[in-house]
Design a protein around this ligand. Structure first.
Ligand code: GDP
Length: 365
């Protein structure tokens, strides 16, 4: 699972990416400093793992992870091949969701490519490039369908549909806000691999002062929120600079620093969790002395396919799953006590795995 960090130059993408991965991606005060996409693997914070680790005297804890890609700065005209445009768009096509960083902080030392701070204009600049690129895709499909439609009813229906989606995009709207009740149309829409259909989280990058009240006093943030609501996107208020400072601290220092700010967890931790959520991902857990581990699955995954994440043999030879929920285990104190109370269930092939299920798979080899 991969998330792409996008945004105009100098909005704080690299700063955010660096603090996410603690990797050494360059951050400098000029456009185009991030030329190649940088990929970082980020672990998903999950306090349940530490608790289980203590309970089982575990030697090793393996959290879930997602990938973030810092995608090179975009300028106006990218869809026409300006700047690093084409490469940028190709990189976005490969990600599962987008974190769109928007500059909501003032700092006269840091140049804005368009001269002043205007989050909504910035969002529109980027979205327009994505929309242009999507329209090109639709146009190619339209000319294909137009050739077929004389003898092919389905192609005729798709042609009419393609034109409707195109008209929607031409109003500067995203494909994700296009809605249809028709199952076939929805399948078509999902199959075009459009850029503007991907889930989006706006990371509103604010000054430190705006952090405590979650950007409530920042007019730019308010505009981003209104836009996001209209386009089915999420908003996340963050201060990239502070996150970078936090990322450099050790665990104890970090805890004190956050307490001083009156925060329970860092903005990044929240962002990572929100990203996991927006991707429709959940974690089931395995726990024992050798290892406590979180396994990533899509919400709605059934037990055999969940087992397949560990090993394909587990899926092929799946017999049943022995499951206790994390909350039930905590309420009982030990696995044996949970079993006594009948809270350790045996589930079969049709069971839909839930977030926080602690599972032992039974399988034939
Ligand atoms: P990118 O081009 O979007 O990757 O932007 P960078 O992450 O390289 O940031 C551009 C400049 O803005 C750097 O000098 C950063 O230190 C600075 N910067 C990033 N985030 C913040 C922030 O939250 N507040 C302030 N004041 N400066 C920031």
């Amino acid at each position: 699972m991969k998330l792409g960090i996008v945004g105009l130059p100098n909005v704080g993408k690299s700063t955010l990416f660096n603090s996410l991965t603690k990797a050494g991606a360059e951050s400098a005060n000029y456009p185009f400093c991030t030329i190649d996409p940088n990929v970082g693997v980020v672990t998903v914070p999950d306090k349940r793992l530490d608790v289980l680790g203590e309970m089982y005297h575990t030697k090793k804890i393996v959290p879930a992870a997602i990938e973030f890609v810092d995608i090179a700065g975009l300028v106006k005209g990218a869809s026409k091949g300006e700047g690093l445009g084409n490469q940028f768009l190709a990189n976005i096509r490969e990600v599962d969701a987008i974190v769109h960083v928007v500059r909501c902080f003032e700092d006269s030392n840091i140049v804005h490519v368009d001269g002043n701070i205007d989050p909504l204009r910035d969002i529109e600049t980027i979205n327009l490039e994505l929309i242009f690129s999507d329209i090109e895709i639709l146009e190619r499909r339209i000319s294909k369908a137009a050739k077929l439609c004389r003898n092919d009813k389905k192609a005729a229906k798709e042609l009419e549909f393609l034109n409707r989606v195109k008209a929607h995009l031409e109003e500067s709207k995203l494909a994700k806000s296009f809605s249809t009740d028709d199952e076939e149309e929805q399948e078509w829409l999902d199959s075009y691999n459009l850029l503007t259909i991907k889930p989006v989280i706006f990371a509103a990058n604010v000054a430190e002062d705006d952090l405590a009240d979650d950007g409530a006093d920042n007019a730019g943030v308010a505009k981003v929120r209104a836009y996001a609501a209209q386009e089915n996107c999420e908003v996340f208020v963050v201060c990239a600079q502070i996150e970078q400072e936090i990322a450099e601290l050790d665990d104890d220092e970090k805890k004190m620093f956050l307490e001083d700010l009156g925060l329970e967890e860092s903005g990044l931790e929240k962002l990572i969790k929100a990203s996991y959520h927006i991707l429709g991902l959940i974690s089931y857990l395995t726990a024992g002395e050798p290892e406590v581990r979180a396994w990533t699955i899509k919400r709605g995954t059934k037990a055999p396919q969940a087992a397949g994440k560990i090993h394909t043999d587990f899926e092929r030879g799946f017999i049943r799953a022995e499951i206790v929920s994390y909350d039930d285990l905590m309420a009982c104190g030990t696995h044996a006590a949970a079993k006594e109370k009948g809270l350790v269930r045996l589930e079969g092939k049709e069971y839909v795995v839930q977030d926080g299920d602690i599972i032992l798979f039974r399988f034939n080899v």
